[in-house]
Design a binder for this molecule. Structure first.
Ligand SMILES: Nc1nc2c(c(=O)[nH]1)N[C@H]1C(S)=C(S)[C@@H](COP(=O)(O)O)O[C@H]1N2
Ligand SMILES: [Mo]
Length: 593
């Protein structure tokens, strides 16, 4: 940035003139929240969603609960059909040629070592928390789309009513409550806590999966879950016909799975699990602004929709798998996995029952524990995933990912609107009396009015917004690069964090604020916006001034900014967790993944 241009645009006498040195800190809520109770998120009332539905055509919606009776009818028809087919000589020939399983190589291992049982148990135990917290995250924006625009009415799936016509309807208002035993934690807008569970347990689950991968290849167990010839396809068809005709395939799980099982396990281990990871990462702003080729094809919304399909696969797999384990010789099957033996003794079922006590105990305890000890959840989550979440933050992203034609026709609103008299008076006067106060650990604190701000070198960028709740949108932001402000105020070397203060209070009262790492303030895509899509920034989107920091999630992009303060660290600001959402709703301060 050429500093001369600043001097040309702002009368030198105005820079720093009249600057009150007062900090906005005393307007913050400094209360330390330690539990989740009825005061949660500004006493947000519970709001349940609607039964999940899928859009057919432009505006018809199909209620997925109909799949239950439809599925039952199809099952009965399928059974009749399968029974009929098995009477036919051609089908009988086919089935004697393809009995339902392929032979394994001679060196394939027989039976299950104990580590398989342990891994299986850990996997199942962690899946409970991953699935429940995943559904909670989804409930924070209970709609799915195929494009990054998240346009109302263009969702292909929703668990919520159509978006109301109120232009200032917010994504927070759209969030839904889940029963405590279903969601983790379940309460409305508890995504901060749900994410610690989801991402924290994910890391352990992935580690468990990597150990599993190494061990199956080291011990030859992989041969039982990887198709080794195309014969598995006709054999799987044969096995399916046997299941459907209720004359089930011979059980030989100790030595060799039938081809249908093999395919199901293969998909679960080698397709669904990696896809869960990849589609999960596909929703990250830090990664999407860096790995653009991927994110241009595979937008956050494609990633989110596929992530949901992975969830559906896992849930369906668990239901079918458990049903078949229990109905095809439970004693023997449970001995295989839980007691590493091929017998009909009671050992397996005993260990299984004990493991179920742990699973059910964990299930029942997770939500109440989270409400009682949310800071513990935040801390442990951070210990597990915090460092990885900001791995890519230090790389500056380049502008130019999107062009005018990518701009979204609709851009969701979010947050709590400012309602103070001070703000209303400023707004009524078209912000003629507005000043932005920039102070703290800087050489040259300034108060800048709108004309002065607009006199600074203009910067614009077309970028995608990623709300933590899951919606996104592309917009063109016009204003001032944060680098220009840095050049103007000259942060002192001690300044490590930059606090943005809003005119708006958060839901529990106290000024909305957020702490940003100073390194990110000189990124090419960090700016203060006063224009949106070529027009003056609207009230709803943060007039007169809002922050954009494109490596971060939306909640960090403070709207209705009144002040910026450079500080050494944020522990003395507010309740000390680095932002309003971190103080009140247990978010993390750098969660760009
Ligand atoms: N002052 C203030 N700024 C805020 C919020 C808020 O509640 N108060 N919400 C944040 C959240 S969660 C998001 S996603 C973005 C939404 O910006 P938009 O309304 O322009 O889409 O604003 C952020 N800035
Ligand atoms: Mo957000």
């Amino acid at each position: 940035m050429d500093t001369n241009s600043i001097d040309r645009n702002i009368p030198a006498t105005d820079i720093g003139a009249g600057g009150t040195r007062r900090s906005f800190r005393e307007e913050l809520d400094t209360k330390r929240y330690h539990v989740v109770d009825d005061h949660w998120a500004g006493r947000v009332p519970a709001q349940y969603g609607v039964a999940p539905r899928v859009r057919i055509g432009t505006d018809k919606w199909f209620n997925l609960l109909w799949l239950i009776p439809i599925g039952l009818v199809l099952l009965i028809v399928g059974i009749a059909l399968a029974k009929g087919l098995r009477e036919m000589p051609a089908v009988q020939d086919f089935m004697s040629q393809y009995p339902g399983a392929t032979a394994l190589p001679d060196n394939a291992p027989v039976g299950f070592p104990a580590w398989v049982g342990w891994q299986h148990f850990l996997n199942l135990f962690m899946m409970i928390f991953i699935i429940r917290s995943g559904v909670s995250i989804m409930a924070d924006h209970p709609r799915l789309y195929w494009t990054r625009h998240s346009t109302p009415g263009k969702d292909w799936f929703r668990m919520q009513k159509p978006v109301p016509s109120d232009p200032l309807y917010t994504a927070k208002e759209d969030s839904i409550t889940l029963p405590d035993g279903v969601g983790l934690p379940g309460r409305r807008h508890s995504i901060g806590l749900a994410r610690w569970w989801h991402l924290g347990v994910d890391t352990v689950w992935l580690l468990n999966g990597i150990i599993f991968g190494v061990l199956i290849f080291a011990t030859g167990q992989w041969m039982r879950v990887v198709p080794l010839s195309w014969d598995v396809v006709p054999n799987a068809a044969s096995a399916a016909l046997q299941y459907l005709s209720l004359d089930w395939p011979a059980e030989s799980g100790w030595t060799n799975y039938n081809s249908l099982q093999l395919i199901a396990y293969f998909i679960t281990i080698f397709i669904a699990a990696p896809l869960a990871l990849v589609t999960g990462l596909g929703m990250s702003p830090a990664l999407s602004t860096r790995f653009r080729k991927i994110s241009s094809v595979f937008s956050i919304q494609v990633a989110r929709s596929l992530h949901f399909f992975v969830l559906c696969w896992f849930v369906m797999f668990i239901v079918v798998h458990v049903t078949l384990v229990m109905t095809t010789g439970a004693l023997r099957n449970l001995n295989h996995m839980y007691a590493s033996q091929d017998s009909e003794s009671w050992a397996g079922i005993g260990i299984f029952a004990a493991s179920m006590v742990v699973v059910i105990g964990g299930w029942l305890a997770a939500t109440p524990f989270t409400y009682r000890h949310p800071r513990v959840v935040q801390k442990v989550g951070f210990a597990l995933i915090g460092r990885a979440q900001r791995l890519f933050e230090h790389i500056d992203a380049n502008p130019g990912q999107y062009t005018e034609k990518d701009i979204s026709p609709y851009f969701w609103h979010n947050g709590k609107y400012p309602d103070s008299e001070e703000y209303q008076a400023l707004r009524a006067g078209n912000f003629a009396d507005y000043t932005l106060r920039v102070n703290g650990l800087v050489e040259n604190p300034v108060d800048l009015n709108l004309a002065q701000l607009q006199g600074l070198p203009h910067h614009d960028q077309i970028t995608q917004h990623f709300c933590i709740q899951g919606w996104s949108g592309v917009a063109k932001w016009g204003g001032i690069s944060m680098q220009t402000i840095l050049d103007l105020v000259q942060p002192k070397p001690e300044a490590k964090w930059v606090i943005f203060y809003s005119f708006a209070a958060g839901p529990d009262g106290g000024t909305y604020y957020d702490a940003q790492p100073i390194e990110q303030m000189s990124y090419k895509l960090t700016m203060l916006a006063y224009d949106l899509n070529g027009q003056t920034l609207s009230f709803g989107h943060g007039a007169p001034l809002r922050l954009r920091n494109e490596t971060q999630l939306g909640f960090k992009m403070v709207k209705w900014i009144k002040g910026i303060e450079f500080v050494e660290d944020f522990s003395e600001i507010g309740a000390g967790f680095g932002g309003y959402h971190n103080d009140h709703e247990f978010f993390g301060y750098r969660q760009s993944i």
